[in-house]
Design a protein around this ligand. Sequence first.
Ligand SMILES: *Cc1c(COP(=O)(O)O)cnc(C)c1O
Length: 222
Amino acid sequence: MEDVAAGLASVRARIRESLRKAGRPDDAVTLVAVSKKQPGARIEAALEAGQRVFGENYVQEARARWGPLKERHPDVALHMIGALQSNKADDAVALFDAIQTLDRPKLATALAKAIDKAGRRPRLLVQVNTGLEPQKAGVAPDGLPGLLDHCRGLGLAVDGLMAIPPADEDVAPHAALLAKLARRHGLDAVSIGMSDDFEAAIRFGATLVRVGSAIFGAREGA
Ligand SMILES: *Cc1c(COP(=O)(O)O)cnc(C)c1O
């Protein structure tokens, strides 16, 4: 699994270079290695290469994989980056260290209950549908203040914003909008940028980039 170590090293170098060009500090971006649908050996290779922050899209798949791995690597931070159903809130709160896809009041209410019950408080990011795509998850930018108010009312601390821009569009304006919305609401975390566009996302203010195939290669079934 030389390839994974090399992929990670290359992505990390490109992140450092993008930060340098943008005049931002070296530690301004956290790399979330997206491990969904990757063979176990590739994840082991990433762990061996020192990667500790991972992203998963499906609660069940993540639990099967990371339940045992987290026992061996308690310092791993797992981020939920896929659509989350309210009835999976308990499972998600038990497993994840960050949930990036909070996008509606009903889910916020379910997460607040799950957090109270579990006594465990993952970081929360609100997903924003910056491209206003009807089929896509995420709150529309003009619905963001209302959703943040709802979260505040529940005692939920929101840390930042996340977006998945339209596949065929330049990431730059979406990253700029997301960073602006985060600033306006006093939120630190800005999660945007994937394998094809993380460098541009970093230029426009990303603090979390979610990179899968550029590290691990193509996913199974892809
Ligand atoms: C799969 C996925 C990624 C990673 O995509 P790559 O193109 O493989 O880097 C990032 N973010 C989300 C939300 C994803 O579902």
